[in-house]
Unconditional design. Structure first.
Length: 219
């Protein structure tokens, strides 16, 4: 895992053991929430969510108050990484990538009440023209062990988006790609398939909160 390029880490961290469950169909409630994404004119922060504004990466996003959310300055704090890894060893590769200077991995979050779901935000440079969504989907399909890929194009307040769901190993993954100018932001949530439905609404709420209009301020 540690020898993988950092830019591919968020996609690769969905790997697990070889036996995955069949793809889970989208429920009517999830479909309704997805449909609402097309009608949002501005980022929406739900009640009980807290906004993280990353001026060095040029975006803001909100997560539920019950989630632990880390950016690079949090992960490099003395003792922080060691404490979190003792809490959940699965966080180790995320934290290792987060502290790399100029890493495209900008944010890592997990549910403190039920450490079954992990969310990441990756900001990468790339063409945001007409072919960006095809390239993102091709990257997902080329991952070893991917099953049940379902994709849908959306229009978010943050911009044109591609929503992809798939299974890989023992994890269910929801992934949202959003293009803005020369940046592609990837929001990923992984969870065991049995726990994935309870996080579906959370994932879509986080997606609605994305704001890519934050001015980039370099330190």
């Amino acid at each position: 895992m540690r020898v993988l390029p950092v830019a591919a880490l968020v996609l690769a961290l969905g790997a697990g053991a070889a036996h995955a469950a069949p793809a889970r169909p989208v429920s009517p409630a999830e479909q309704y929430l997805e449909d609402q994404l097309a009608h949002r004119a501005a980022p929406e922060v739900p009640s009980g969510f807290r906004v993280r504004r990353l001026t060095d990466a040029g975006f803001a996003v909100a997560f539920p108050a019950g989630w632990q959310v880390l950016q690079r300055r949090d992960a490099v704090w003395p003792g922080a990484a060691q404490t979190l890894v003792r809490f959940d060893r699965a966080l180790a590769p995320y934290l290792a990538a987060l502290v790399v200077p100029d890493s495209p991995l900008a944010l890592v979050g997990f549910d403190r009440r039920l450490p079954a779901a992990t969310a990441t935000v990756l900001v990468s440079r790339g063409p945001a023209g007409a072919g960006w969504a095809r390239g993102a989907l091709r990257t997902v399909r080329e991952l070893p062990g991917v099953r049940g890929v379902v994709q849908r194009r959306l229009r978010l307040p943050a911009g044109a988006a591609l929503l992809v769901r798939y299974l890989r190993g023992r994890l269910a993954t929801s992934q949202l790609f959003v293009a803005r100018d020369s940046r592609i932001l990837t929001l990923t949530l992984t969870a065991p398939p049995a726990a994935a439905p309870r996080y579906a609404a959370t994932f879509l709420a986080v997606a609605r909160s994305l704001d890519l209009s934050v001015p980039i301020l370099h330190p």
